[in-house]
Design a protein around this ligand. Structure first.
Ligand code: NAI
Length: 307
């Protein structure tokens, strides 16, 4: 069996001073990648900062015979994102792989959510992904090669009590990826997203301790590393991963219902057809929002029978 290798490749893993990011960084480094271990080193709610977390993981990689450089910038400003990419370029002269993984939590029921908790969570997850990915994408575009991974969550894909801020940010990353996959296509830049589950400091009080051993962060990393590899042909997909399980999640649309005269459709017509409108048998997944994505409507408008 041939081994997937990252020799000569340079990777940034944001928030890799612990948890999932650390596991991704260790795996990539063990297969030959040079890794920038970025971590702000703060608390779980995004307060504080320090160099110890990134330094620790860099030391672990070095002890295992790998190559890594620490970076302590926050992902959530344009300057921070630029500086993180600069760390990779200064240390290794190039950049091939970016894993957007940094994250915080500020859970609260929606009616109690403060503007600050909304903004801080969106700043780290969503704006942070923008701030690091844009300078990274520019470098990758010039080099005609790139692998980008975003980290979403079941809380964004499906919802979770107390996580409106987090869920909104996480689902927005899927939207970011959906367009980046199109803009990166001709430069051999693939963008994918993972929805992991793992015992980490973010989830230590959520999963029962007995499950922690079964939900090790390193059980998620093989698919992340695959998505970062030259062999990866996918772009624009969302993969779920935890405890040895791997799957794919997707946005699909039902066949829907067409009424002959759009101007005459009543509320009652919709009510009486709601089961058929919602019926997901034969649902389609679309590669983009234009021709294919709207094919039923466009086909209909052009006079051809709807598929
Ligand atoms: P973690 O707390 O161990 O890792 C997050 C890391 O991001 C921390 O080391 C933290 O210092 C760093 N960080 C926070 N703000 C930063 C900033 N502004 N700039 C740079 N680094 C920053 O938690 P975990 O679980 O490993 O989370 C990793 C990612 O996976 C997060 O995006 C999280 O939302 C996501 N995730 C985790 C799940 C889980 O079950 N653990 C479930 C779904 C998503």
């Amino acid at each position: 069996m041939s081994e997937v290798r990252f020799d000569g490749r340079v990777a940034i893993v944001t928030g890799s001073g612990g948890g999932l990011g650390r596991a991704h960084a260790l795996l990539l480094a063990s297969r030959g990648a040079k890794v920038v271990v970025n971590d702000l080193g703060g608390a779980r709610d995004g307060t504080g900062a320090g160099s110890a977390m990134a330094d620790q993981v860099v030391a672990e990689i070095a002890a295992a015979g790998g190559e890594a450089t620490p970076d302590y910038h926050g992902v959530d400003t344009a300057e921070g994102g630029e500086a993180i990419v600069k760390t990779a370029l200064d240390a290794y002269g190039k950049l091939d792989i970016l894993i957007n993984n940094a994250g915080i939590l500020r859970d609260r029921a929606f009616h109690n959510l403060t503007e600050e908790d909304w903004e801080k969570v969106l700043a780290v997850h969503l704006k942070g992904a923008f701030c690091v990915t844009q300078p990274a994408f520019r470098v990758m575009r010039q080099n005609g090669y790139g692998r980008i991974v975003f980290t979403t969550s079941a809380a964004g894909l499906y919802g979770n009590f107390g996580q409106t801020n987090y869920g909104a940010a996480k689902m927005a990353l899927v939207g970011l990826m959906n367009t980046l996959k199109i803009e990166g296509q001709k430069y051999n830049i693939k963008a994918n997203t993972i929805a992991p589950l793992a015992a980490s400091r973010l989830t230590e009080d959520i999963f029962p301790p007995a499950m922690h051993d079964k939900l090790k962060p390193e059980y998620v990393s093989p698919i992340v590393a695959y998505l970062c590899s030259e062999e990866c042909e996918d772009s624009g997909s969302v993969f779920t991963a935890a405890a040895g399980y791997f799957g794919r999640a997707a946005m699909v649309e039902s066949k829907g219902v067409f009424f002959d005269d759009a101007g005459k459709v009543s509320i009652e017509d919709v009510r009486d057809s709601i089961a058929k409108i919602k019926d997901m048998s034969g649902a389609d997944e679309f590669p983009n929002a234009n021709a294919e994505g709207m094919s039923r409507v466009f086909t209909r408008l052009q006079g051809a029978p709807a598929q």
